[in-house]
Design a protein around this ligand. Structure first.
Ligand code: FAD
Length: 545
């Protein structure tokens, strides 16, 4: 049979190996993995820090012996590939024990993943208490420090998905946690106003959040961190989580073409620039399906899919990489924050024609006990209705809404299709008008010209240009918190008090969540007023200001 060598034995590599075996009993399949474990749960690592995942063995999904028994795979951990020779069709390297090895291949699949970016911090090399988290050995090092040093305070550098997961799990262990994030807000893949809810949640759990700053220096053997504004922090344990880059030095040295930020360039059959060499997972450049542009999308779902698909290609099945959209979720204490597709920022940067709406919904029927809010955001084209992306933050049911929207994007549905989705509903589960349907209704109000929105970040300029903010909440709500400059007419009084408004002015209507403001907008418009709707209303404004 054909001899297939796979470099990297986790998500992409092991998916390829097992699928290939199911397709071809005759193939000789060798998996070379640098680390001591294959098929481990990278995504589960943060939850072991707090003990939420209590058993270390649960993180190791399959052993080489199990993989041999079930799939007849020749799995070799502790084998680091250091050289690929496309001419002789061999890979070579060294084992952890220092032994050299060379292995020939008919087909080579590269699934070396990504490696953590190491920020340029003065003194980092001397900081024995600073770690990255990518593998089980990384986790073991962190756990050893937690047990031996009993650190009291931790510093997390980088507030992406992994940084926030580690922050939560260290906090659950009782450490005082500070997060420093260089960009203006936590969770950079989300937009600022959606990330604001996450930041509030972190602070509510006594995580100190410092944004717009970077760590420039680590002193005192890593125990003192200095920030770009000169602030100093003390830390017993520092986690570096500033992102990843494709782990492609060996591939690049073999003359395999690299592209965006060093990612391996593959065609839509996962073939690299070299014959008989394929690549999948975090290491490759994919096509962002929404923009058609090259992208790096280092997530587990695409890596697993690509591993399976490359096995199909090698086994001669018709299979093609159709690209990725990027769907992700993170739990931050009692909240979940999720996104799919492009953020508003990314969509605007890509030069797309962008409209945005925010809807505040509930996880299930509002009248059924323990309903909790979900903030949803939809990013779409106001002319074609194409859905560019969605984001959600809430206690419960965020995964379901973002998954439906991710499916809608993959299925090329438009905003006009969202009201048509017939989703599960009984009071404990959803609503007859699910928040996803509501996003569709609200988006259609924009595309049909029934409603004109302004976004929270446009409000200051609009007011400067003379628009008047009309808050239609009830006086008791206003008393609890309000815009600095606004006129208040409760929605139920509006029809009777239209004479208090000046037809020559432009009004911006707001309420708590946007629902009443939309009704007010429709009343005012039909009476000839110029009116815009503050998308997301006071609730969103208050979170992000
Ligand atoms: P990996 O799974 O990283 O596997 C690559 C393997 O190749 C590694 O084991 C590496 O040791 C090995 N290797 C590299 N170079 C060589 C070499 N020269 N020789 C031999 N072996 C080599 N994604 C999500 O979608 N959701 C999550 O919740 C999530 N959480 C995560 C949490 C953490 C802490 C981490 C680190 C990642 C998380 N991810 C998550 C990302 C997800 O794990 C990756 O997208 C996925 O594992 C990528 O699969 P891959 O096969 O490309 O690379």
């Amino acid at each position: 049979g054909v001899k297939v060598v796979i470099v990297g034995g986790v998500a992409g590599g092991m998916s390829a190996a097992t699928r290939l075996r199911r397709l071809d009993e005759q193939a000789q399949i060798v998996v070379l993995e640098k680390g001591p474990y294959v098929s481990f749960a990278n995504c589960g690592l943060p939850y072991y820090i707090s003990g939420e995942i209590g058993n270390r063995d649960d993180l190791i999904v399959e052993s080489p012996a199990e993989l041999q028994a079930r799939f007849n795979l020749d799995v070799r951990p502790e084998h680091t590939v250091t050289k690929i020779d496309p001419v002789t069709q061999t890979v070579s390297g060294t084992t952890s024990g220092g032994r050299s090895f060379t292995e020939s291949y008919d087909k080579l699949i590269l699934a070396p993943g990504a490696k953590p970016l190491v920020p340029d911090i003065h003194g980092l090399a001397d900081a024995a208490n600073a770690f990255v988290l990518r593998s089980i050995p990384d986790l073991d090092r962190i756990m050893l420090t937690l047990h031996q040093v009993q650190p009291k305070q931790a510093l997390i550098i980088g507030a992406g998905f992994i940084g926030l997961e580690v922050a939560e799990n260290l906090r659950r262990r009782g450490l005082a946690v500070t997060i420093v994030e260089q960009t203006p807000h936590v969770l950079p893949p989300l937009d600022e106003e959606m990330a604001a809810f996450v930041q509030q949640e972190l602070q509510a759990h006594n995580v100190r959040v410092i944004t717009g700053q970077s760590v420039t220096t680590l002193q005192d053997d890593g125990h003192t961190a200095q920030l770009s504004d000169g602030t100093t922090l003390s830390t017993d344990l520092t986690i570096l989580s500033v992102g990843v880059r494709p782990n492609t030095d060996v591939a690049g040295a073999a003359g395999i073409k690299l592209g965006l930020r060093g990612g391996i360039v593959v065609d839509d059959h996962y073939q690299t620039s070299q014959p008989n060499i394929y690549a999948v997972g975090d290491a490759i450049v994919v096509t962002q399906q929404i923009t058609g542009q090259p992208a790096l999308i280092p997530l587990a779902s695409p890596a697993n899919r690509q591993g399976r698909q490359v096995a199909d290609v090698i086994a001669g099945l018709p299979q093609r990489n159709r690209g990725s959209i990027g769907t992700a979720i993170v739990r931050v204490f009692d909240l979940a924050a999720a996104s799919t597709g492009l953020s508003e920022r990314a969509a605007r940067q890509a030069g797309l024609d962008v409209a945005v709406i925010h809807v505040l919904g509930k996880n299930h029927a509002a009248y059924y006990p323990e309903a909790t809010p979900i903030n949803l955001k939809l990013i779409f084209n106001p002319h074609t209705g194409e859905i560019y992306g969605a984001q959600g933050v809430g206690v419960d049911g965020v995964d379901k809404r973002i998954d439906v929207l991710a499916t809608a994007i993959k299925g090329h549905l438009t905003v006009a299709d969202l009201p048509e989705l017939e989703l599960t509903y009984a009071p404990p589960f959803g609503s007859a008008k699910d928040p996803v349907n509501m996003l569709g209704y609200a988006a259609l109000n924009i595309t049909e010209g029934l409603s004109t929105h302004i976004q929270w970040y446009q409000l200051p300029d609009a007011l400067k240009n003379g628009a008047i903010l009309l808050d239609v909440r009830d006086p008791d709500e206003i008393a609890e918190g309000h815009f600095p400059h606004s006129v208040n007419i409760p929605l139920n009084d509006l029809r009777d008090r239209l004479n208090e408004l000046d037809p020559k002015q432009t009004y911006i209507v707001s309420c708590r969540s946007g629902q009443r403001a939309y009704i007010a907008e429709r009343i005012l418009r039909q009476h000839g007023f110029q009116v815009k709707n503050l998308d997301g209303a006071y609730q969103l404004y208050q979170a992000v200001r």
